[in-house]
Design a protein around this ligand. Structure first.
Ligand SMILES: NC(=O)c1ccc[n+]([C@@H]2O[C@H](COP(=O)([O-])OP(=O)(O)OC[C@H]3O[C@@H](n4cnc5c(N)ncnc54)[C@H](OP(=O)(O)O)[C@@H]3O)[C@@H](O)[C@H]2O)c1
Length: 359
């Protein structure tokens, strides 16, 4: 595989810092440009993140003295310095929509963590093990944008990266109704305990916009490419409650599910054990070997013990048992800034490279 020059937009933020550490020694990607807001522009990366570096690893030596650009004002320069960019910014939705399209129109593909384009009908929203075929919509998107190379591809919200991977392999049984409660880490809000002391010893039963995303986004992932758009599925029906809990990293979900044709517990466990997708087939560098891990112990998985499974790219499941009102209940866990954000976007970019969309 050839090496690609890549940029990180929002490099100073929580997800951007994850991108920096994940890409430091990446076999296919070489970080050539960093960008953020005007507040960081002109500073070195280490100056720009001073006092807010939230990763356990040090600032990558190859990036520490790179000058940070203004992602909007210096757009042409940034786009010219990379074969494609990763994007994770905290801005208004319509600003992000316009700015990601502007990068695409400069023939610089955008692999985005932002929610702004998740419901644009010709923008693929991909969990690479599940709907890798949705990237074929990029041809239609390029036509609309009038580009040869440029396009936008997005990953879904971090909340659903545990329960959608666990439910999708059970599609043969007709997944019908799903009730999910998520227990979400503070890094999902771009925060640490130092910067959000109110979260110590606390639970907040509201995360703005999260429940809607958790209920609606799975239907696009379950959807189909038809002509020049992705048509979302009409089932399963999801209902969600999303809580912020005092955990640094790792989103847990408690799931209740009913099927059209109820499988046995053994059938569910076999589907989970056997499930793999394009990333495993293509042996993409960031792909977990085993995507879904089932824990037999009653007190597992645990956020602190299991969030880093397979470099934070695998999903842990456990406590599968019959329920009195739904067919089954279980719990699942994924790392929100790895599989749920930067790691999921890096895996998506690897898929797009392997499929030839970055050439
Ligand atoms: N954290 C997660 O687990 C997670 C998971 C999935 C998706 N996401 C999404 O990823 C995005 C970033 O989240 P985050 O948690 O990393 O946020 P964050 O820590 O608050 O970082 C925000 C980033 O956006 C940049 N930014 C703000 N205003 C800008 C502007 N006008 N122009 C250019 N850059 C600007 C900031 O640059 P400065 O430092 O210069 O201000 C910073 O780099 C959000 O859309 C979020 O919804 C986050």
């Amino acid at each position: 595989m050839k090496k690609y020059n890549v940029g990180i937009i929002g490099a100073t933020g929580m997800v951007g810092q994850r991108f920096a550490t994940l890409l430091e020694n990446h076999p296919w990607f070489n970080v050539t440009v960093l960008a953020a807001s005007g507040r960081s522009a002109g500073k070195t990366y280490s100056e720009a993140v001073s006092g807010r570096w939230a990763m356990q690893k040090d600032i990558p030596a190859s990036m520490a003295s790179m000058i940070v650009y203004d992602a909007v004002a210096d757009m042409e320069k940034v786009a010219s310095m990379a074969d494609f960019v990763f994007c994770a910014v905290d801005m208004k939705k319509d600003e992000i929509k316009a700015f990601e399209e502007a990068y695409a129109k400069l023939e610089c593909p955008v692999v985005s963590n932002n929610s702004a384009h998740r419901h644009t009908p010709d923008v693929p929203m991909v969990i690479p093990e599940i709907n890798s075929d949705h990237t074929e919509i990029i041809h239609a998107q390029r036509k609309r944008l009038g580009t040869k190379r440029g396009f936008i591809a997005v990953k879904s919200n971090c909340s659903l990266q545990s329960y959608v991977p666990a439910l999708y392999p059970l599609s043969d049984y007709g997944v019908d109704k799903v009730l999910v409660c998520t227990y979400q880490a503070i890094s999902g809000a771009g925060k640490t305990f130092e910067r959000w002391p109110e979260m110590v010893d606390n639970v907040i039963p509201y995360i703005g916009g999260e429940e809607e995303k958790s209920e609606v986004e799975p239907l696009k992932i379950w959807g189909k490419v038809e002509g020049d758009k992705i048509v979302p599925a009409t089932s399963p029906a999801f209902t969600a409650q999303c809580l912020r809990v005092p955990v640094s990293d790792g989103h847990m979900a408690a799931v209740f599910v009913s099927f059209k044709n109820k499988p046995s517990k053994e059938e569910i466990l076999k589907k989970w054990a056997d499930f793999s997708g394009e990333p495993q087939k293509l042996e993409l560098p960031s792909a977990p070997k085993q995507f879904l891990h089932y824990f037999e112990e009653d007190n597992m998985p645990q956020t602190k013990l299991n969030r880093n499974l397979e470099n934070g790219m695998a999903v842990s499941t456990g406590r599968l048992r019959e329920d009195s009102q739904y067919d089954y209940k279980f719990v699942c866990l994924s790392h929100n800034t790895l599989r749920g954000a930067a790691g999921g976007a890096v895996l998506l970019a690897e898929l797009l490279c392997a499929q030839g969309y970055m050439d």
